[in-house]
Structures are given as C-alpha cells and as structure tokens.
Design a protein around this ligand. Structure first.
Ligand code: G3D
Ligand code: MG
Length: 176
C-alpha cells in the first residue's frame, strides 16, 4: 500500500448525524448511552442537544433533535446537512405509530440526501407490551425504502440491548 493511501486511511472521518423521532421515543437516552456506556436518566430535549463522539477513524457530531411539534421546524435545515440519520421509535407507543411513520417519510422524502445511511431503532424493547421487529417493519412499510441504505435494530437504552450492533452497522456504513 502506498504511503499516501496509508495516510489517507488513517485520517479521521468526521460525520454529522441527526437523531429524530417523536418526543419520548428515547433519543436522548440513546445518545447518553453511547457517551456513557450505560443508562443515564434524561430530561425532555428543548430544541437541539449536540454531542461529539470520538471513535477510531470516525468522529460523530450528533444532533439530537427535540421531538415535540414546536421543535420540528428546525429539523429540515439540520437534516439537509446530515451524513447519516438515526430514527428512533418507541416500540410500546402503538397510539402514535402512524404519526411517527408520517414524520419518518417526511424526513426521508423531503429533508435528507437519499444517499445517506438510515438507522432505524425500535427502542424500549425491554418493555413487555411492544411491537415486534416484523410487525414494525410491516407497519412502517420499510421495504418501500427501495435503494436507501437502511437497517432496523431492536434496542433498549435502559439495558443496552441492540445498541452495539445497531451502531456497528451505522459506523461501518461510513467506512464503505
Ligand atoms: P426523547 O429524547 O426521544 O424525547 P428520552 O426521549 O430519551 O428523553 O426518553 C423518554 C423516556 O423514555 C424517559 O423516561 C426514558 O428513561 C425512557 N426510555 C428511553 N429509552 C428507553 C428504553 O429503551 N426502555 C424504557 N423502558 N424506557 C426508555 P422518563 O421516565 O425519564 O420520562
Ligand atoms: Mg430528547
């Protein structure tokens, strides 16, 4: 391998990530878990939380966007500049599933670059009453995403289940 190629490979890539989803889905708890490696309690996000996470060869600049209706107006501007989207769904919130789906497709169709990786987290899997992954994929009609590079993982920001695998996929998506 040439010197230049080696040098280039070792350079840290910097990516801007946005985390979206309805309020109470668990977005901030997931970010806190990524930072601390364990569950930490959170308070509702007002506007935007920003967190920089350094990984070998990759620096993730994470914008955790407040999910309440009042804050959704700022999403398009931030999502347009995003290199990767994380979309979080509360697997136990059957009532707002359709609302979450509508918001998801609005982001996919109107806000992001269609070439960026999309990580969908079906969160709160530690709760008993919840959607299964298959039920969710069907309800959200994820196969209709076509050529978009997406993956759906079942996670819990309380127990940490699925978080590693989900972000392993996401990080790998930037190395390709
Ligand atoms: P948001 O940033 O998407 O608005 P938060 O959501 O991260 O603030 O989380 C909202 C509530 O859901 C918090 O509870 C948080 O502890 C809880 N939560 C987040 N992830 C999980 C999970 O995986 N499992 C369970 N059971 N709860 C989760 P409180 O009680 O603080 O409002
Ligand atoms: Mg939040």
């Amino acid at each position: 391998m040439s010197f230049l190629k080696r040098l280039f490979r070792q350079r840290t890539k910097r990516v801007t990530i946005t985390i979206c989803g309805l309020d109470n889905a668990g977005k901030t708890t997931i970010v806190r878990y990524l930072v601390a490696g364990e569950y930490k309690s959170t308070v509702p996000t007002m506007g935007v939380n920003r967190e920089v996470i350094d990984l070998p060869n990759l620096q993730m600049d994470i914008f955790d966007l407040g999910g309440q209706l009042d804050f959704r107006g700022i999403w398009p501007e931030i999502n347009e500049k995003s290199d990767g989207l994380v979309y979080v769904v509360d697997a136990s919130d059957y009532i707002r599933l359709d609302e979450s789906k509508e918001i998801f497709y609005n982001i996919i169709n109107a806000q992001i670059n269609p070439l960026i990786p999309v990580l969908i987290l079906l969160n709160k899997c530690d709760l008993e009453e919840r959607l299964s992954r298959i039920e969710f994929i069907n309800a959200f009609d994820l196969p209709s995403l076509g050529n978009i590079k997406w993956a759906c993982f079942v996670t819990s920001a309380i127990t940490g289940e699925g978080i590693y695998d989900a972000f392993r996929w996401f990080i790998d998506a930037f190395q390709e």
